[in-house]
Write a protein that binds this ligand. Structure first.
Ligand code: URA
Ligand code: URA
Length: 245
């Protein structure tokens, strides 16, 4: 019993340290209040917040903030994954991208190279991107977790909680016109829901005023090639939406 209590005490100490580090870090971005996430948005609100300009050039300061966010992420020790990672996989691509893909977490090759989607699933993602007439350099690719979970196990809730603010800030600074969430973890985390990917995919959702579409994860499609057609249809919607500008 004594031991259990001391273990709990240690856990609380670790969490408190993490939260303090997080708040210090947020403060370095001038953030002094915590934003509550909206659960629901009406269709009217969604339409109101839809961007209508065709050309987007992010301010130089946003691009610089993205670089300094990356520097911070590369040093991150907020969760236990820093102990087993080879490299932090912050994300890569065009900081002015109109289209942003969000996956789950780095795998073996991503951890080795420090880049997202460079393994087998990445090859399929590149094909998906090319299929809608984009090049990887045009878009931005990131993950929910920036560090590889050992043996590619599922992300743990505390890991997502610590890591998620990096992604939120990436999205804030890149300001894509549309986000494509790849697989269960990305879709559920970004949409703050426990709904299944099968139900979430193929429809437009709202992420704080930005369009979001969810589709199957390329790794899932490698195991279930008969589902590729659905993802093909989902990304056509992304292409059509971006063409409408
Ligand atoms: N799977 C992901 O979710 N992300 C990667 O970067 C690679 C594989
Ligand atoms: N399970 C996942 O994690 N992702 C998918 O895309 C489908 C099933």
């Amino acid at each position: 019993m004594q031991k259990e209590i001391s273990e709990i005490r240690n856990e609380i100490a670790t969490l408190t340290k993490g939260i303090k580090a997080r708040l210090e870090y947020e403060k370095s971005f001038g953030i002094t209040a915590i934003k509550r996430t909206e659960q629901t948005t009406t269709k009217q609100e969604e339409e109101k917040t839809t961007p209508t300009t065709a050309i987007k050039e992010n301010k130089q300061s946003d691009i610089e903030l993205l670089s300094s966010l990356k520097e911070n992420a590369l040093k991150c020790t907020l969760c236990g994954l820093h102990q087993t990672r080879t490299n932090v996989v912050f994300g890569e691509g065009n900081p002015n991208a109109d289209l942003m893909f969000v996956g789950e977490a780095p795998g073996y090759y991503e951890d080795v190279k420090g880049l997202p989607f460079v393994g087998k699933a990445g090859e399929l993602l590149t094909k998906i991107i090319n299929a809608i007439d984009f090049k990887r350099e045009d878009i931005y690719i990131a993950n929910i977790l920036k560090c590889r979970p050992p043996e590619n196990r599922n992300p743990k809730p505390d890991e997502i909680a610590f890591c998620y603010p990096y992604l939120e800030k990436q999205i804030d600074l890149i300001k894509p016109k549309i986000i494509c969430a790849l697989g269960t973890f990305a879709a559920q985390s970004l949409l703050n829901t426990t709904e299944s990917i099968g139900r979430l995919r193929g429809k437009f959702h709202d992420y704080h005023g930005t369009k979001l579409i969810a589709t199957y994860h390329p790794a899932y499609l490698l195991r279930n090639p008969e589902e590729k057609r659905k993802t093909w249809e989902d990304v056509q919607k992304v292409r059509d939406y971006l063409k409408s500008f």
